[in-house]
Write a protein that binds this ligand. Structure first.
Ligand SMILES: *Cc1c(COP(=O)(O)O)cnc(C)c1O
Length: 388
């Protein structure tokens, strides 16, 4: 009876791959690669530096970038802060306009609010019915003083994929910089920064079988001279992000990204098959529907609304670990801003769950989860109405 719930929350975080854990451990102890990568005068530092630069190349390779365009950060939250605040502050003038969307991660939305307080005008685009931001919507929102557009590659609640290359063309055409939060997209969508008209892109290790607390920001040639550091002290990372490089975290992120590149095609096939198995069974239930585009999506992340009959996500969470998107803004206890932007009311948002699959999901997990969900749909807990 002491078993853990089935894990269906890979979009929140992934376990670290055992192979990545090994790489990480080797950078910690006295017999390992523990040196300070900035200690260039001796072998310990030189070895650590080599490891850091190797990892930088591994991250760059997954996304078609050059190694020197990758800046290490503490995660996608910091990368997003550096991109938005860094670009706004480097302009050296107040005012101006940026464009983002209503369905971005809080790491973008809260940062955009900060810029608003500092006098930057912000447009929050509304997604279409499919949960997508269209190039046309971006085009219509562009102003003469728009200096930055920030949109996500893959939405963390819906799994929908924006057409970033097409949007990038629009942004480039108007001379603004384009930042993309790719925390949910790296390793799942084929990203080619050598071709894509994108200037800044945020990554996180812990969404891709690496550890928490490490991420990166891609800084392309157009953004290089238009980005102000947010953390000062020593001038690491070309002056863009100071602080002793966390060799173990960085090596682990590099390893995780290299493994993702290696597994890309096979993993996609496996997840698609698991997704089909899950959806076939769940969409046959009355009143169950998938939120967001059916075609423009990754297979890993599924937002499902159970609009009919009895359904109690809270009871289900003892046996399945998923994200109850109604509780997404748990601090404020308000419904998911993403679902509201899609036109859900609080009631429907409260009957929506996000199931996200990953590397360690099995067909058996899927079948067990389906059985548990079917049972939850059939039962009628009296306390359901208070669950909103
Ligand atoms: C997880 C996530 C983040 C935050 O990443 P951290 O590395 O945890 O700071 C930002 N954006 C999106 C879309 C995410 O899914």
């Amino acid at each position: 009876m002491n078993t853990r719930p089935l894990y269906f929350d890979y979009a929140a975080t992934t376990p670290v791959d055992e192979r990545v854990i090994q790489v990480m451990i080797e950078c910690l102890g006295f017999n390992g690669n523990f040196g300070n990568p900035a200690s260039s005068s001796h072998a310990f530092g030189q070895q650590a530096r080599q490891t850091v630069e190797n990892a930088r190349r591994q991250v760059a390779e997954l996304v078609g970038a050059q190694a020197q365009q990758i800046v290490w950060t503490s995660g996608a939250t910091e990368s997003n802060n550096l991109a938005l605040k860094g670009v706004a502050q480097a302009r050296g003038v107040s005012g101006g306009h940026i464009i983002t969307s209503q369905i971005e991660h809080k790491a973008i939305l809260d940062t955009a609010r900060q810029l608003q307080d500092a006098g930057v005008a912000v447009t929050y685009l509304v997604p279409d019915a499919e949960g997508l931001i269209t190039p046309q919507a971006v085009s219509e929102a562009m102003r003469d003083d728009t200096f930055l557009v920030s949109l996500m590659l893959v939405n963390n609640e819906l799994g929908t994929v924006n057409d970033i290359p097409a949007i990038g063309e629009v942004v480039r055409g108007r001379g603004a910089l384009f930042h993309v939060d790719a925390a949910q997209g790296a390793g799942k969508v084929a990203i080619d920064l050598a071709q894509w008209p994108v200037d800044l892109m945020s990554f996180s290790a812990h969404k891709l079988y690496g550890p928490k607390g490490i991420g990166a920001l891609y800084v392309g040639p157009r953004a290089q001279q238009r980005l102000q550091a947010q953390i000062h002290g020593g001038g690491h990372e070309g002056g863009l992000r100071s602080g002793t490089l966390a060799t173990h975290q960085i090596a682990a992120m590099g390893s995780a990204f290299a493994l993702a590149a290696e597994a890309f095609d096979d993993e996609k096939k496996i997840i698609v098959a698991l997704r089909e198995r899950l959806l076939e069974q769940l969409l046959s239930l009355p009143g169950v529907r998938l939120n967001g585009s059916i075609t423009q999506r990754i297979p890993h992340t599924l937002s499902l609304t159970f609009s009919e009959g009895e359904f109690n996500p809270a009871a289900l969470s003892h046996s399945i670990a998923f994200s109850a998107t109604s509780a997404c803004n748990s601090a404020s206890n308000t419904p998911s801003h993403v679902l509201l932007a899609l036109g859900h009311d609080a009631h429907l948002a409260g009957r929506t769950i996000r199931l996200s699959l990953g590397r360690f999901t099995t067909a058996e997990d899927i079948d067990k989860a389906v059985d548990l969900i079917k049972t939850a749909c059939a039962s009628a807990p009296a306390f359901w109405a208070t669950g909103l």
